[in-house]
Write a protein that binds this ligand. Sequence first.
Ligand SMILES: *Cc1c(COP(=O)(O)O)cnc(C)c1O
Length: 231
Amino acid sequence: MDSQTIARNIERVKATIADACRRSGRRPEDVRLIAVTKYVGIDTTRAVLDLGIEHIGENRVQEAVPKYDKLGSRGTWHFIGHLQSNKVKNVLGRFTYIHSLDRHSLAKEIQKRAAKRAMTVNCLLQVNVSGEKSKFGLAPSELVEFAKEVAEMSNIRIVGLMTMAPFVDNPEEVRPVFRELRSLRDQLYRLELPQVGKLELSMGMSNDYTVAIEEGATMVRLGSVLVGRES
Ligand SMILES: *Cc1c(COP(=O)(O)O)cnc(C)c1O
C-alpha cells in the first residue's frame, strides 16, 4: 500500500476515533493508536513511522525482530501476539510493551530474564473474555490470582489488560466482551496491588474498535484498516 493511501487511512481512523470518543464523553488523546504491521513488510512499516505513527504492534517474534533491528530506533514497539517462553530473550530490550502475558511459566521466564538485565518489563495480562477455544489468554476467573502472583515479581510491571474479541459481522455483538474487560480492570484496581498503577485497556481491532473505545479502550490495535494486507 502506498504512503498516500496509508496517510488517508490514518486520517480516517483518527476521525473515527474522535467520533467514538465524542459519543462516549472521552478524550481522543486517551486512546493510543497502535499500528499493527504484521501483515506488511519493512518498507510499509517504515512508511507508517514516517507518517508520524508512534506505536507499532507486531505479533510474531521471527518477523518482528528483523524489522525492529532496522527501525527500532524509532517509535514504541508493542508485542501483541502469543509469546513462547523460549522467545522471551528476543523480545526483552526491543519491545516496550508485552500485551500477551497469560500464564505462569511465561511470567517466570520474563521475570528471570528481566532480573538478569536489571530491567522492568511492562506487561498487559491477556484475558480470553469470550472463552473461544482458539484464543489464548486467562479465563476471567483466573485473573485475580494470576495478577496477585505477577505483582510479586519485581521486574514485571502490570500496566493493563488485553483481550481479542471474536470476529463477528456486527461489532455490537462483542460489546459485552469489552465491557467485561473493563469491569475486570476495575476489579484489579480495587485489589490495590503493590506496584500496579494505571491500567490500560488494550482492546479493539479493525472491525470493532469503535465499540471498544465506547467501552473504555485506551489502546486500539489496528492492522488491516490502516495498512491493508500484503500477503
Ligand atoms: C492482527 C492483530 C491485530 C490487528 O488486526 P486487524 O483486524 O487487522 O486490525 C490486533 N491485535 C492482535 C493481537 C493481532 O494479532
